[in-house]
Design a protein around this ligand. Sequence first.
Ligand SMILES: [Zn+2]
Ligand SMILES: [Zn+2]
Length: 339
Amino acid sequence: MAKMRAMQVAQARAAFELVEREIPQPGPGAVRIKVQACGVCHSDAAVKEGLWPGIQYPRVPGHEVAGVIDAVGAGVQGWKVADRVGVGWHGGYCGYCAACRRGNAFACQSYTLITGLTSDGGYGDYMIAPASAVARIPERLSAVEAAPLLCAGVTTFNCLRHTGAGPGDLVAILGLGGLGHLGVQYANKMGFRTVGIARGADKEALARKLGAHEYIDSTVKDPAAELKKLGGASAILATVTSAEAMGAVLGGLGANGVLMVIGAAGPLPVNLLSLLTGQNAIKGWYSGTSADSEDTMAFSVLTGVRSMNEVYPLERANEAYQRMMSGQAKFRAVLTTGN
Ligand SMILES: [Zn+2]
Ligand SMILES: [Zn+2]
């Protein structure tokens, strides 16, 4: 049998280890992807640190996968060998359950699949994905450009287009890391009056370069009060993983404003009185399906939005993961296989 390389996690809190595995065969309804690039996402910590209930080891993480289909399983329609494709967090949907039939494929009741978590992902030369999980990569995006758009990109883009905010409305992006640096770009290109909120005066130049019209340094100013001065936010995209930081901006929502949560955080204390007087909402946002990923990539090509990436060869996954987890990566880390 032909072999491939993978960087697997043997058990919770173990380092990524380079292993040789048999190249897997796609079953019915699935395709095999020859991986070219795979982003390193904060959610990979669910695998690496054993934070996901019931996760099985060894596991190969990676849910920002870009590559080429190199084998097609029985019954797959619409995809062929050599198609350039990507896969994100969403691991596929059935198309026949009640959620799918009502247009909520993200909440599919039959397939509770998460790429690189319930199945092996893109930290390797090859991976298998259900055809429903696969998104077509536009010609004008390289694999390294496409990979981070398949989780960080689709999560921020798809969330921002569902906030209810319209052109010219005040939209704030909380956090300027891997997610936030894309969120600011998308918000600007969608026509929002875009506010970047981060810790430190040194981030202002970056925020403005990415397209923020306003910047709030939350270490010296009360971000909620500053947002109120600007008229109150129609939406705040919370990309941070600190519930405390989210709580600090909540009061900056304008009438009918919504706090969109895409970073996983602990309990969030909420002043319910201000929530109801402003008719405000706190809403979680799931990343998106393969169709949402295609929309994200198309919009990125159209408007020039790109992730800023540090690129590492697959074998240096440990280093890339540490850079990402420490918050030092500028701004996404992407592994390449050389394929
Ligand atoms: Zn992710
Ligand atoms: Zn379904």
